[in-house]
Ligand binder design. Structure first.
Ligand SMILES: *[C@@H]1O[C@H](CO)[C@@H](O)[C@H](O)[C@H]1NC(C)=O
Ligand SMILES: *[C@@H]1O[C@H](CO)[C@@H](O)[C@H](O)[C@H]1NC(C)=O
Ligand SMILES: *[C@@H]1O[C@H](CO)[C@@H](O)[C@H](O)[C@H]1NC(C)=O
Ligand SMILES: *[C@@H]1O[C@H](CO)[C@@H](O)[C@H](O)[C@H]1NC(C)=O
Length: 524
């Protein structure tokens, strides 16, 4: 070992010995300080992101489309009328405007059973004046004994009216029997005019339909094909009806079609993701896929599946952080308010909130929701990110469709086609059958979705220090300060071991001799 030799060889010269000794100690100190820094970094488990590009074809993602025309549940038509009447009163009191309500008059055959539902008339829209003199609109929520009141206030009147209406709407839906959704299965058959994917016509088995209480009839298209070529002809092309219907004008105010591109086995969260397509346009959407692979413990938090999360997943789908957060909120809601929020699935044994069974659930819900907004709920720490995650980067182009020149014939052909093949859905009443020849352009839309390129990128987390890298960093530090190898360290250890052994041996012998002479002294 360098330095140690000089220490031994310069034993005649005290000055040299002292300076070599100091240098030796200084180098040892610097080395161990640097080792400390190195290990601190290593135990921080830092990662770097490595981006790589792959070129094999990926499975085409699922596309969920919703027409944003929620239907009036048939079982609740009377109750909804009472709600619309109440909304009219409230809006008139605030804005002196008589809103005309929905065009849907309940038909005699649509009558549900006798209403068990009781409109909570104590929750009214009010004008509130804030501390700064600015006006806001909101409603007051109190607990079941009328105490602990607070206001849910919105600076925008439109947001306030929608939130207030939505609250009463959910209150009403929560009182319905849970299997009423089956009556919605009929709807929606008239929403997709034509569908074409990868050069073939879509089959019914590619589609899954469901009805969302605020996004209306929804379709999920998931064809099982891996795109072999990029480009529009290998994607999916849909012609859709984008007609505005006034079933629930206070609930849905947007005209268009909601689109979400997601992985096949993931639940689409319509409230949180997606974008809307404007009626009367052709929208072309190019997809690029990015995949993120996380390393997991100890480099960070991620989970392979629902088992790794702190919350049981309420969705029968692959783990996503959003599904976990929603499940977490719903479980907290069921625990604190003893009923579930209508938009989310229920855990076993729970029921949806409605003021008939759970008086003042709104007070409890909005209190919890405010905690969620203020990040006071423990959901984020219970829901780690998944270790493998795909995200889709979308680019969109639009043009007018159909053009004013071709509008007439396209709409006529679509109308014929639709009447022949899809028919009128049984849920529609006869008086409102669409008159296709007079249909303006803004009632249809076209969407093309395709892989923009077949390359996809993966972003992998890679540890900055693996064990070999740590050892080589230690080795270079050691040679920087001492210029020696592992074997020199073993030599040093041997020296130490020998010295210790020799000392012990000598010590033992001296002790032995001392005892022997004592014994001899005692003899004499
Ligand atoms: C609104 O309707 C009420 C009755 O429901 C009526 O008294 C009032 O005059 C109407 N107001 C307007 C502006 O039409
Ligand atoms: C309602 O709030 C009041 C005032 O905070 C409280 O005294 C009362 O116990 C609450 N009632 C219930 C049922 O929580
Ligand atoms: C991972 O989550 C646990 C709690 O679940 C937390 O204590 C820990 O700090 C997290 N680790 C990282 C690297 O975020
Ligand atoms: C979950 O989904 C799978 C396949 O999609 C199905 O076989 C299973 O029955 C579903 N489970 C529940 C509880 O819905």
């Amino acid at each position: 070992m360098h330095g140690a030799i000089r220490l031994v060889c310069s034993s005649q010269n005290r000055l040299k010995t002292a300076s070599w000794g100091l240098l030796f100690l200084g180098a040892t100190g610097a080395l161990y300080w640097q080792f400390g820094v190195l290990f601190e970094q290593y135990w921080g488990y830092p990662v770097i992101m490595t981006v790589s590009v792959h070129s094999e074809g990926k499975l085409f993602p699922s596309v969920t489309l919703c027409d944003m025309n929620p239907h009036r549940p048939r079982l609740a038509s009377q109750q909804l009328q009472a709600l619309d009447e109440f909304a009219r009163e409230n809006i008139y009191a605030l804005y002196k405007f008589n809103f005309s309500g929905s065009g849907d008059a309940p038909l005699a055959e649509d009558r549900g059973p006798e209403p068990t539902f009781r409109l909570d008339r104590s929750i009214r829209l009010q004008k509130l004046s804030g501390p700064g003199g600015q006006n806001s609109v909101g409603f007051r929520l109190c607990n079941s004994t009328g105490g602990d009141c607070f206001y849910r206030a919105y600076s925008s009147g439109v947001t306030a009216v929608r939130a207030w209406y939505r609250f009463h709407y959910l209150d009403l839906l929560g009182a319905l029997p849970t299997d009423h959704e089956h009556s919605h299965q009929d709807h929606g058959g008239h929403f997709v005019f034509s569908c074409h994917y990868n050069g073939q016509d879509c089959q019914a088995r590619h589609f899954q339909t469901f009805h969302h209480p605020s996004y209306g009839s929804c379709y999920t298209f998931s064809g099982m094909w891996a795109a072999q070529h990029p480009g529009i002809t290998h994607g999916i092309s849909l012609v859709l009806r984008a007609e505005q219907q006034d079933h629930l004008p206070l609930l849905s105010t947007e005209a268009g079609i909601k689109v979400i591109v997601h992985k096949r086995d993931h639940t689409p969260f319509l409230e949180h993701l997606g974008f809307s397509i404007r009626p009367g346009t052709e929208t072309t959407i190019g997809i690029r896929e990015d995949e993120v692979h996380r390393l997991g413990s100890p480099y960070g938090n991620c989970t392979e599946g629902a088992e790794g999360a702190g919350v049981p997943l309420l969705y029968n789908a692959t783990y996503t952080m959003q599904a976990c957060l929603v499940s977490c909120f719903q479980l907290l809601m069921v625990n604190t308010c003893s009923c579930g929020y209508y938009f989310y699935p229920l855990p076993a044994g729970a029921e949806y909130c409605s003021s008939a069974r759970h008086p003042a659930w709104g007070h409890c819900f909005y209190r919890l929701y405010r905690q969620l907004e203020n990040h006071q709920l423990p959901c984020v720490s219970r829901c780690p990110r998944p270790c493998r995650e795909s995200s889709y980067k979308l680019s969109a182009w639009t043009s007018m469709w159909p053009s004013s020149k071709s509008e007439d014939w396209i709409l006529a052909v679509l109308g014929q086609h639709s009447r022949r093949h899809l028919g009128r859905s049984p849920g529609q009443s006869p008086g409102r059958s669409p008159r296709w020849s007079q249909r303006p352009r803004s009632n249809v839309a076209k969407v093309n979705i395709f892989f923009q390129e077949l390359n996809y990128r993966t972003v992998d987390e890679t540890p900055v220090y693996s064990v070999p890298q740590l050892l080589s960093a230690m080795g270079s530090l050691w040679s920087l300060w001492f210029g020696s190898s592992v074997l020199s360290v073993v030599e040093l250890l041997e020296l130490l071991f020998d010295a210790v052994a020799l000392t012990l041996l000598l010590g033992c012998r001296r002790l032995h001799r001392g005892q022997g002479s004592q014994r001899r002294a005692a003899h004499t």
